[in-house]
Design a protein around this ligand. Structure first.
Ligand code: IPM
Ligand code: MN
Length: 379
């Protein structure tokens, strides 16, 4: 029997409880499909950080590198300053494993209500391919006062490349802060190619590129140029450019226009929260941090929702759907489809729903209903 080692990082807030449901569902489907999942739990998150000072150590990263995939809950805790856990854990993982694609399906499942009047499941089925390693996320920036610079970080070291800025700042502003976004030709090309290949593999006919090339002319003008170059290799696929502000408007007005959307890191972050809302809410939106040649990581796109911690009422479907994406990534396509079908069937039946979908069910009841559906599926 094939056995996959999967790293589990439950994280903070509702992370541990939603992951419980995810593991439950994946265990059920693996039993049915006759493969084994060996869960290896890691304690990383706010509590671990507050107790030990460790965010994500080199030894842990090396261990994770031996796993088939990483299943991630959520991080963020009011006791820790914003950015510390995000950069030290989540972004550290994305960058270390060079998970350059953040694939986020924006798909309205049957039985789910979208806030967009008159839109049906066939109108909302978009694959957002968010670049996941560059842009304003690289952490380069600093502050200056007069000619005194403080807390600068101007260097990034990656497997793909290294970048070092040498900046002199002089100012008579009271004080300034700056953050540098970087996009590279190799970084853009690989994620755009992924988007076109995804379109091709799924019989899609259009890829939309998101930018703000009318204002951030250096970086996103370059993004556009690279996109045009990559598009030449896919002559059968129609292409278009949307400014990020405009795509926010069109996502709401005409989501049916979109099939595959490729976006730089930060705009991709923003438009996928909007995407989550049009697909019925953050409780339903999964994401995969993918390195097609390496270790990938799957997580709900929502945060740790500290307010709901331990209440057992949050929607576990985003996490369970992320689990289905994980199964597809490790090669268990049939199991992955079975999980997605079970999610759809529970949503469509409409009896078991958490409060965000207008129901009163507990999180564990949703997990149980999905497990029961998987177990009762005729072979
Ligand atoms: C997401 C989150 C993260 C991001 C944060 C927590 C660093 O918002 O996965 O979308 O901005 O990528
Ligand atoms: Mn986000």
């Amino acid at each position: 029997m094939t056995c996959y080692k999967i790293a589990v990082i439950r994280g903070d807030g509702i992370g541990p409880e939603i992951m419980q449901e995810g593991l439950k569902v994946l265990d059920a489907v693996s039993e049915r499909e006759s493969f084994e999942l060996d869960w290896i739990e890691y304690p990383h998150g706010a509590e671990h950080y507050l107790q030990t000072g460790e965010l994500m150590g080199e030894d842990t990263l090396k261990e994770l590198d031996r796993c088939a995939a990483i299943y991630f809950g959520s991080i963020g805790d009011p006791r820790v300053e914003p950015g510390v856990l995000e950069q030290g854990i989540l972004l550290a993982l994305r960058f270390y494993f060079d998970q350059y694609v953040n694939l986020r399906p924006v798909k309205l499942l049957e039985g789910v209500q979208t806030p967009l009047a008159g839109k049906r499941p066939e109108d909302i089925d978009i694959s957002v391919v968010r670049e996941n390693t560059e842009d304003f996320y690289i952490g380069i920036g600093g502050r200056a006062k007069g000619n005194v610079k403080k807390s600068e970080k101007l260097e990034i070291v990656r497997n793909l490349y290294q970048i070092k800025f040498d900046l002199d700042v002089e100012t008579d502003a009271d004080e300034l802060a700056y953050q540098i976004g970087v996009v590279t030709r190799e970084g853009c090309e690989r994620v755009m190619r992924f988007a076109f290949e995804l379109a091709r593999a799924n019989g899609k006919t259009k890829v939309t590129s998101v930018d703000k090339a009318n204002v951030l002319t250096h970086s996103y003008g370059f993004w556009r140029e690279v996109f045009n170059g990559v598009a030449k290799d896919y002559p059968e696929i129609e292409t278009e450019f949307n400014f990020v502000d405009a795509i926010c408007m069109w996502f709401v007005k005409n989501p049916e226009w979109y099939q595959v959307v490729v976006a730089p890191n930060m705009f991709g972050d923003i438009i996928t929260d909007l995407g989550a809302m049009i697909q019925g809410g953050l409780g339903l939106a999964p994401g995969g941090n993918i390195n097609p040649e390496g270790v990938s990581m799957f997580e709900p796109i929502h945060g740790s929702a500290p307010k709901y911690k331990g209440k057992g009422i949050s929607n576990p479907i985003a996490t369970i759907w992320a689990g289905a994406m994980l199964l597809e990534n490790i090669g268990e396509k049939q199991a992955s489809e079975s999980v997605l079908r079970a999610i759809e069937s529970v949503l469509k039946a409409g009896k078991v729903r958490t409060y965000d979908l207008g129901g009163t069910s507990k999180m564990s009841e949703v997990g149980d209903a999905i497990v029961n559906t998987i177990n009762s599926e005729s072979i």
